[in-house]
Design a protein around this ligand. Structure first.
Ligand code: SF4
Length: 417
């Protein structure tokens, strides 16, 4: 039998901790930074990528942040060439998060030429007042322009991120945003209810009574999201994620593409990218995230990034200076390591996986965790089923549409100390 710890890790997350300015609701680790610090980060990141490369053979890569598209053309080229040297190119699905304010045709073509084949664009709203309210740096016009640029550069797998239940957002404004966003014809849609994270300006404004939270309106907005996205050809596969089975539009190959293709660039990722962990998900589901929800391993590099390899969870320092110092001294910048007890890890895996419409087939859960849902979590499953939050068959346990609306509440029941 092969030692599982000797198998290469097939998922890679890269955190880029810089943003043009901080959004009002954001609790991710990111900061506004000078070119000098970003150059130092790029050098440190390359060192960390080299350190993990012997144990990595990425089939999915995700550059998140922060704002990865904030890196300049030259900084991107430095990172991509280093990844090429470290033999980290060629992923079946490779996503880069972009802010509509920092997309350019040159940058998009460069990413595409190295094998990036999926872009996730943080739009959040198409209402100017709400964009301002959220502290976003881009306008609605930039969204449409950037989308066209991405298509012109040959990206045929694009995600749009939207937010609902934003303070001041009416149902009419949400409907208009949804309809305009759906009309873009992207392959994927992620849509989250605003979360009030401690230590964010939005949280303090709520605490100060500047606005109140309307739960009923949020529930109606979620309903609108389900109905309108389905009518537009999307299938929900996770609480906040929707994808198409087939493209809405024909996408022409990039015209006058001056960039030579350095590797064979996959466009639509094959359904095996998440290493056999794929559930019943639509063609354009984000395979990198499916791997998280299914309890798969992943390397995480960059400040604040977490990783999960050989049963151990790691977390890098959430401090870019410290991160750079550690890598400059030739070691990874890991702040903490944790090996969860097997039942604790299985509980987490159950909780994450239940966010997916597909739920957990009992056999698959046992293959991933070594535990049987039906024996370890019988009481919790019965309680959720009795309340109409879940359904149980001979084959699987899954949340109902009502349960998916309260997925965090349901998932919490599966956690074990
Ligand atoms: S752009 Fe994204 S990561 Fe940056 S501050 Fe805004 S929400 Fe946070």
């Amino acid at each position: 039998m092969t030692d599982p710890s000797s198998r290469p890790v097939t998922s890679l997350y890269v955190h880029v901790p810089f943003c043009a300015q901080k959004c009002e609701y954001c609790a991710f680790y990111s900061e506004a930074a000078s070119g000098e610090l970003i150059n130092r980060y790029v050098a440190a990141l390359i060192r960390e990528l080299e350190l993990i490369s012997p144990t990595a053979a990425p089939r999915t890569i995700f550059f998140g942040g922060g704002t990865p598209s904030l890196l300049t053309l030259r900084q991107w080229e430095t990172v991509l060439r280093a990844m090429e040297r470290a033999k980290l190119l060629g992923a079946a699905e490779w996503t880069v998060e972009c802010n509509p304010a920092t997309v350019s045709l040159d940058k998009a073509r460069l990413l595409r030429s190295f094998g990036v084949n999926r872009i996730s664009m943080g739009v959040q709203s198409l209402d100017e007042k709400l964009l301002d309210r959220l502290g976003r740096v881009h306008s609605r016009e930039m969204v449409f322009k950037s989308f066209d640029i991405l298509r012109a550069a040959g990206f045929d797998n694009v995600n749009i991120d939207l937010m609902f239940a934003i303070p001041g957002q009416t149902l009419a404004v949400w409907r208009a945003t949804l309809d305009e966003a759906l009309a873009l014809g992207s392959e994927h849609l992620s849509s989250y209810e605003v979360i009030y994270e401690e230590d964010t300006p939005l949280f303090h404004q709520m605490q100060a009574g500047e606005f109140s939270v309307d739960e009923d309106l949020a529930a109606t907005m979620f309903e609108e999201l389900l109905q309108r996205s389905e009518a537009a050809g999307f299938r929900q596969y996770e609480v906040a994620n929707f994808a198409r089975e087939t493209r809405a539009t024909t996408i022409a190959p990039p015209a006058n593409d001056a960039t030579s293709s350095l590797i064979a660039v996959p466009s639509t990722a094959p359904a095996t990218a998440a290493g056999g962990l794929l559930a019943d998900v639509p063609t354009f589901a984000c395979q990198h995230n499916v791997n998280y929800w299914r309890g798969g391993e992943f390397h995480g590099v960059g400040p604040s990034a977490t990783g999960y390899v050989a049963g151990e969870r790691t977390k890098n320092w959430s401090n870019t200076q410290l991160y750079c110092e550690q890598l400059e001294a030739g070691r990874r910048a890991i702040e903490s390591r944790e090996k969860l007890p097997p039942l604790g890890r299985a509980g987490e895996t159950a909780a994450f996986g239940l966010r997916m419409n597909h739920g957990w087939p009992f056999g698959q859960f046992q293959a991933v965790t070594g535990f049987d849902l039906r024996t370890e979590w019988r009481a919790e499953m019965d309680e959720l089923t009795a309340r109409g939050f879940a359904a149980c068959s001979d084959e699987r346990f899954q949340l109902t549409p009502l349960g998916l609306r309260y997925a965090d509440f349901a998932a919490e029941k599966f956690l074990r100390p």
